[in-house]
Ligand binder design. Structure first.
Ligand code: MN
Length: 741
């Protein structure tokens, strides 16, 4: 029989077995069409080209995907390598198949030239965003898998390039989509070319000890099976040596020899239901000695890519540690095939078993909005809108830039440098000159044409651009360009402030004082100072305070020209009579990390009721004799009657000076159903985050809710948010909030 037809029939066999309801006739037509299109083409291996699409289709069928995906896999190289067009395919096999083939073709055309890690992440995102329909990326991964399996026929340079790309781009995407089995194979294949010697070493080492491995695994497997039978649990247990790349990575990152690798073996126990997972765990821990701290419950808390299992590491009689993974059949299928598994376990989609963390957030959202629609239909319409609000484009050098969706060459130019934007006179996308407001598409190569004597940005650009970065930079340019206007506004603002402080402008500008004052504010001239205030480079309040300081230092403020400001007399009782002492200098650094508007480095304390930290909007209250008490702006104790002049006058604006203090004291309150070990879990999380804890107390409410109050030291709000997120992931924790009021 013709080997090609033979291969096709074995594909059909797979389809019949794995893809119930598949449209066999259309698949046959697609094969005939692709075979005719690729006629005469040969692969580097010498085989007819059609063998490649046939293999790819077989991998797609093994993933149990739908007919359209299998057909698209058969046709996936038609647009790229034969005379077929999108229209031809659409006419013969429908718009969906044509769109899938077109999508795979687009991904194939993306060039990878960059090698930096951050760029890799952008490339991964770009591919996912370009895919639009998740099936495109799945077919592309299957295509890559077959190309990697047959990489030995390519020249060495190509082998290296493809392997690097596979390791950096495709294996991580497969991982993100939860396709463990494909990910492992891609990694092992890539490693063979990237470090052939390292790969061989491990392979030979494993082969040399294979009978020992085999013996060990059989003995463990038998012990597990016997026990489970005795307990009446129906389960399948088997062992395997971990895949080569995972051993390789452990050896190199932990600098160990193969004998020192902690767990070379992984055992799996597949059971019927979740309660049995935990029952089996109990048996395993009874049979073997568990290694402390290695138990992980990914059933209770699935991994971001949807993975669920119980993991534990135990040591047998032989003294060899090994990992045991316990999961249900459905979890197992998801672990092996990831997103592709949902073509089979579609009902799994509608009960949210996919895990709810970030990576699959888009799937979850789709689920919520489509709960009533047919699951099959849902999968068909599944779109990769994971990065829908971003667009990824290349510089002519091959660097990837991520911009907001809808961004145009103006945004691109300013994302490179403001000088590039300000001197832009033209733009090219993929080599063609385009208008500045042309929206960029994923994968575009964008080039900006600049001229030394360019006029600078046009005012319209502020409206045309989509990124805040570009908008701010354009505004900045206008601010600097509109100097006259800025001087005029700045002058008014500064004069007002000086008047408020009781300083005559003539005094500040006198020939005698002006040089000192300019030095103090760091400006070259009075106009420069006003311009800076005009465009917001310096506040009038700050300039006024400095001028006042300087005049005081020069002894020019005697004779009651400056009335003693009431707040100061409160904070600095010693100064109440006037400015005999020098007024504290406007601080570059503060002791508290807070500056108080209009006041120097005064005494500051943080309110105990709301424990503000940098990043919180704050407000200060001038206490009698104890300095300024700083509250969070939303603290109940900071809400006051603005019409009551007596009270309102004592509230002052305050601001953070970043980087002045190492840490700030604050407090969080967690609530969770009371359980043993809750406080311990909280303490463990805080200690892994290396957060300094100054107090931890727990109490139980009548409804058996536990409240845990943690007092801690943090640098700023960003760190606190991180801590809050981690704490809320603790099993059972329902809320984590700041302690207020
Ligand atoms: Mn291909």
């Amino acid at each position: 029989m013709d080997p090609i037809l033979d291969q096709f029939e074995s594909l059909m066999e797979k389809v019949r077995k794995n893809n119930r309801g598949a449209d066999l006739e259309r698949i046959r037509e697609a094969f005939r069409y692709a075979d005719a299109q690729h006629a005469g083409q040969v692969r580097k291996s010498g085989e007819p080209y059609i063998t490649h699409p046939l293999h790819v289709a077989a991998i797609v069928a093994e993933l149990e995907m739908d007919s359209d995906s299998i057909i698209a896999a058969l046709l996936h190289d038609c647009i790229e390598d034969t005379g077929s067009t999108h229209e031809d395919i659409a006419k013969l096999f429908g718009e969906t198949v044509a769109a899938l083939v077109e999508g795979v073709t687009k991904l194939t055309r993306v060039q990878y030239v960059t090698k930096e890690e951050e760029q890799m992440e952008n490339l991964r995102k770009m591919l996912m965003a370009m895919a639009q329909d998740v099936r495109v990326i799945l077919i592309k991964i299957c295509d890559r898998l077959h190309n990697m399996r047959t990489l030995q026929f390519q020249p060495p340079r190509k082998q290296r390039e493809k392997s690097l790309e596979t390791m950096e781009i495709y294996a991580p995407i497969a991982h993100r989509l939860g396709m463990q089995r494909v990910k492992w194979e891609l990694e092992d294949l890539a490693l063979q070319y990237l470090d052939p010697i390292g790969y061989k070493e491990i392979e030979q080492d494993l082969a040399a000890k294979s009978s020992a491995h085999e013996k060990f695994m059989v003995s463990v497997q038998t012990r597990i099976n016997d026990r489970l039978v005795a307990e009446g649990i129906s389960a399948t247990a088997y062992g395997r040596v971990k895949h080569i790349y995972s051993i390789y990575r452990k050896m190199y990152t932990q600098n160990k020899t193969m004998d020192e690798i902690f767990d070379l073996y992984a055992f799996r126990v597949i059971v019927d239901n979740i309660p049995d997972c935990y029952n089996v765990l109990g048996c395993i821990h009874d049979l073997f000695k568990p290694v402390l701290g290695r138990f992980k419950d990914y059933i209770g808390t699935p991994k971001p890519n949807g993975y669920q299992s119980l993991h534990t590491t135990v040591i047998g009689r032989e003294g060899i540690p090994f990992e045991v993974q316990i999961r249900t059949q459905e979890m197992h299928h998801t672990a092996e095939y990831g997103i592709a598994a949902h073509w089979k376990y579609k009902q799994g989609l509608s009960n949210g078993s996919l895990g709810s963390e970030e990576t699959f957030e888009w799937v979850r959202k789709l689920l919520e909005s489509q709960q009533d629609t047919d699951a099959e239909e849902f999968v068909r319409s599944l779109k990769v809108d994971l990065f829908a609000d971003e667009v990824f484009v290349f510089t002519p050098q091959g660097d990837v830039k991520s911009l907001p969706a809808g961004a145009n060459p103006i945004d691109f130019a300013y994302s490179i440098h403001s000088a590039v934007g300000n001197k832009m006179t033209g733009a090219k996308i993929n080599g063609r000159i385009v208008p500045f407001d042309t929206p960029l598409q994923n994968g575009d190569i964008v080039e900006i044409i600049t001229a030394k004597n360019a006029h600078g940005p046009s005012r319209d650009w502020i409206k045309l651009c989509k990124s805040n970065e570009a908008r701010n930079k354009i505004r900045q340019w206008f601010k600097k360009e509109r100097r006259e206007e800025n001087i005029a506004t700045g002058k008014v603002m500064l004069e007002n402030e000086l008047r408020r402080l009781g300083i005559p402008v003539t005094e500040a500008m006198s020939e005698e004082n002006l040089p000192h004052i300019l030095k103090k504010v760091g400006s070259g001239s009075w106009d420069d100072l006003c311009a800076a205030i005009g465009y917001g480079g310096m506040t009038a309040v700050k300039a006024g305070a400095r001028i006042k300081d300087e005049l005081a230092r020069l002894g020019k403020l005697q004779g009651g020209k400056v009335p003693a400001a009431a707040p100061q007399s409160v904070i600095y009782p010693g100064m109440a009579g006037g400015a005999q002492q020098s007024i504290p200098k406007a601080p570059k650094h503060t002791e508290s990390g807070i500056v108080v508007e209009g006041l120097g480095n005064c005494m500051v304390k943080f309110a105990k009721c709301c424990t503000p930290i940098p990043g919180d909007p704050v407000i200060g209250f001038i206490t009698r004799g104890y300095g300024v008490s700083v509250h969070r702006a939303d603290c109940p104790n900071a809400q006051f009657d603005h019409t009551d002049a007596q009270v309102a006058g004592r509230w002052v604006n305050v601001a953070w000076v970043e980087g002045d203090l190492e840490s700030y004291h604050t407090a969080l309150e967690l609530s969770a159903p009371d359980r043993d070990g809750l406080a311990l879990d909280v303490a463990t999380v805080l200690s892994t985050l290396k957060v300094k804890v100054s107090g931890l107390s727990a109490r139980r409410l009548e409804d058996s809710t536990a409240l845990v109050v943690v007092e801690l030291e943090v640098k700023d709000k960003a760190q606190l948010t991180q801590v809050t997120n981690k704490l809320s992931q603790i099993h059972g924790v329902s809320t984590v909030k700041r302690v207020t009021g």
